[in-house]
Write a protein that binds this ligand. Structure first.
Ligand SMILES: CSC[C@H]1O[C@H](OP(=O)(O)O)[C@H](O)[C@@H]1O
Ligand code: ADE
Length: 292
């Protein structure tokens, strides 16, 4: 049996997780460098949880300079099986208003300045990203939102831009026309790495603004995002606490195989693998790389 341990990644405006009991903090180092912050271990109900501030406390890292690989490796290294990612986002629909949550099920990745894979020369892997969000985890979040009376939309596409600047009007209208529902700068990179690390991943996209396309609303700025997030922090904490209190003790196998993503992904022949890269992958891919 694999014990369920839930990682919670807090984004803009979420640098702590209220409700974590038996709190303990540990700086975890990884072969990919330093995570954004120390991991904070604790529990909610009987469920073990680990909190990580994506941008670090004080918001030190920009979406392009976050060491996503170190963040995901660190969570994997301490046994995290499922990640709930909390993310602020802009909305492309009038009915997805600031304060509403979207349990997205798709990403479009338009980033270009980050490391979004653990693999490469010496060990090539191609995992499926057809369905980036773990459906069972998403259902748990939907049930928790429902039970807590939090307004949410079930499903949606998150367009992940590089940033750090917000979009131009032409870009915003273009993303809207191509069917994106919300926009942020972090989710797709994290989801790809979580999939490679065989961790179930689901995003709570919290709408903070209408980007810059809505004639009756101001163009997004940081102050607006943080103001809505401050108003929402308590709602997000309630949703997470509810989901964790109801979490099963044993990790449930993912129906789409997020937790076995490497079963058919490695293509480099054993004799052609770079031993140094194999060593770096001890936590992320140990399940399939360790001799039987
Ligand atoms: C502060 S506005 C832009 C910033 O907010 C979002 O952060 P996160 O996804 O970590 O909640 C967005 O992705 C940008 O990083
Ligand atoms: N409009 C927006 N664009 C990109 N990232 C965001 N995070 C919050 N609002 C955003």
């Amino acid at each position: 049996m694999t014990k369920a341990i839930v990682g919670v990644i807090g984004g803009s405006g979420v640098y702590h997780l209220p409700g974590l009991t038996d709190l303990r903090e540990e700086a975890v180092t990884t072969p990919w460098g330093e995570p954004s912050d120390a991991l904070r271990f604790g529990r909610i109900g009987d469920t073990e949880a680990v909190f990580l501030a994506r941008h670090g406390r004080g918001h030190r890292f920009s979406p392009s300079t976050i060491n996503y690989r170190a963040n995901i490796d660190a969570l994997k290294r301490v046994g995290v099986t499922d990640i709930i990612a909390l993310s602020a986002c802009g909305s492309f629909h009038r009915e997805l208003y600031p304060g509403m949550f979207v349990l997205i099920d798709q990403f479009e990745d338009r980033t270009y300045l980050r490391q979004s894979t653990f693999f490469g020369t010496g060990l090539v892997a191609h995992v499926s990203m057809a369905h980036p969000i773990a459906p069972r985890l998403r259902r748990r979040l939907a049930a928790a939102a429902q039970a807590e009376g939090v307004a949410f939309k079930d499903g949606g596409t998150y367009l992940c831009m590089e940033g750090p600047q917000f979009s131009s009007l032409a870009e915003s209208l273009g993303y809207q026309a191509r069917g994106a529902d919300v926009i942020g700068m972090t989710g797709a990179t994290e989801a790809k790495l979580a999939r490679e690390a065989e961790i179930c991943y689901a995003t709570v996209a919290m709408v903070t603004d209408y980007d810059c396309w809505h004639e009756e609303h101001d163009n997004v700025d940081v102050a607006a995002v943080i103001k809505v997030m401050n108003d929402n922090a308590e709602k997000a904490a309630r949703l997470v606490a509810h989901a964790l209190r109801d979490f099963p003790a044993e990790h449930e196998p993912c129906p789409i195989g997020s937790d076995r993503a490497l079963d058919y992904a490695l293509i480099t022949h054993a004799e052609a693998r770079d031993p140094e890269l194999v060593r770096k992958l001890d936590a992320v891919a140990g399940r399939v790389l360790r001799p039987a």
